[in-house]
Design a protein around this ligand. Structure first.
Ligand SMILES: [Mg+2]
Length: 399
């Protein structure tokens, strides 16, 4: 029996990005390595402390660069100048990075746009938010930084041109395509054309990530989030294998369906590597927890900033957490999934954020551990953005 995905799930999805990003970020940063070692014991202890609001504080670097008025609209941050010392600020909440920043901007864009989406406007919004946020060191990758600055410099002319010129004309295959894509799964959930998700994903990815693996990474993550919303609303919950089988069918249909095959033809070479990763996930799930280890996940699925070495990893962290994992001591699905993502090391904020998006969409906000969301910067803002998008897409004033 199926129900409709609820506001609780929509908020869970975007709050999942926030929590995975904010709580995972210290584990990614080399200078925090001593303070946040990648041992499972430390990560579990860190998360338990967050539940009781006894977070480990850290000083984040704050640039003295002043903000300039951005040309674009929909800036979601309060413009901020650097602290007077210029060296840093002690954080009482865990701070978000580019993953959350771009997700909020994208969700606001989808909420405020009419049906014919204007991607120049999306470029303007990403760029405006980036420029205002420069002093906060949000951890944007160097390639994306250059592109968002360039858009502003050329007054948003030919915005699709510049990403194609990056990486010697190959385009970026970084996971930036997947880290910000979850609002598209929400926005297109009720669309009678179920492949509109693919169209919007491709067009939004083309602004910054044009490598076929980058494009298919975005599609992979968007479909995973959509399926989490749909399966999370079912009364009879699937097994992890049933979830994966249904996901694989949907992912394959992007290539085989008449509705999308022409659209993805130019990026077809990016498909197979994800099919191979689905096969690895299946092998691990069928073999059970004894068939994989943190090391094997890193070797066979990856923990890097490359799309194909992180986006399927997030899906695995979610699916592996359907059952108990002997080295992770919690009964909570969401906590287990992000703990696994953080324990892998590497690109912990983005893999954490993408795992959080899928798992949050599946379990819903009410099933998050206590204080996880409240311990993150901008928690109220992201819940509000999720609610606005929900009301727009569900034509609803009811919760
Ligand atoms: Mg980040």
């Amino acid at each position: 029996m199926s129900l409709l995905p609820s506001l609780n799930q929509w908020q869970g999805c975007l709050a999942g990005v926030l929590v995975g990003d904010c709580l995972g970020f210290p584990y990614e940063v080399i200078r925090f390595k001593k303070m946040f070692p990648h041992t499972i014991e430390f990560i579990e202890d860190d998360l338990e402390k967050i539940k009781i609001r006894q977070m480990i504080p850290y000083v984040r670097r704050v640039k003295k660069t002043p903000t300039k008025p951005a040309k674009g609209a929909r800036v979601t941050s309060t413009p901020t100048l650097a602290t007077t010392s210029g060296s840093g600020e002690t954080c009482s909440e865990r701070q978000y990075t580019d993953d959350t920043s771009m997700t909020i901007t994208f969700a606001k864009f989808l909420t405020e746009s009419n049906d014919s989406l204007d991607y120049v406007d999306l470029a303007r919004s990403f760029s405006a938010e980036f420029i205002v946020d420069v002093p906060k060191s949000r951890g944007y990758g160097p390639g994306v930084k250059k592109l968002l600055t360039k858009f502003d410099e050329v007054n948003f002319k030919n915005v699709f041109q510049y990403a194609t010129e990056t990486f010697k004309g190959q385009g970026s295959m970084g996971n930036g395509s997947g880290m910000r894509i979850s609002p598209v799964a929400l926005y297109t959930l009720n669309d009678p054309d179920r492949f509109r998700l693919v169209d919007i994903t491709i067009d939004s990815c083309r602004l910054t990530h044009t490598h076929p693996e980058g494009i298919f990474g975005g599609i992979f993550q968007a479909l995973a989030v959509r399926q989490a919303l749909l399966f999370g609303a079912k009364k009879d919950k699937p097994s992890a294998i049933e979830f994966l089988d249904a996901f694989e069918t949907e992912f394959k249909s992007v290539l085989s369906s008449k509705a999308t095959s022409k659209r993805v033809a130019a990026y077809q070479s990016g498909y197979q590597i994800y099919q191979d990763k689905i096969d690895v996930i299946k092998k691990f799930l069928k073999g059970g927890p004894s068939s994989w280890s943190l090391q094997k996940i890193k070797e066979e699925l990856g923990n890097k900033v490359v799309s194909s070495k992180s986006i399927p990893t997030a899906l695995f962290c979610f699916l592996a957490s359907f059952q108990e994992i002997d080295f992770i001591h919690t009964d909570n699905h969401f906590q287990r999934a992000i703990t696994l993502a953080f324990a892998l090391g590497g690109d912990t904020d983005t893999i954490g954020g993408m795992t959080g998006a899928i798992c949050g969409a599946y379990v819903g906000l009410d099933d998050f551990p206590e204080n996880f969301v409240q311990s993150c910067e901008a928690s109220g803002k992201i819940l509000n953005v999720a609610e606005q998008l929900y009301r727009k897409c569900n034509n609803s004033t009811e919760v």
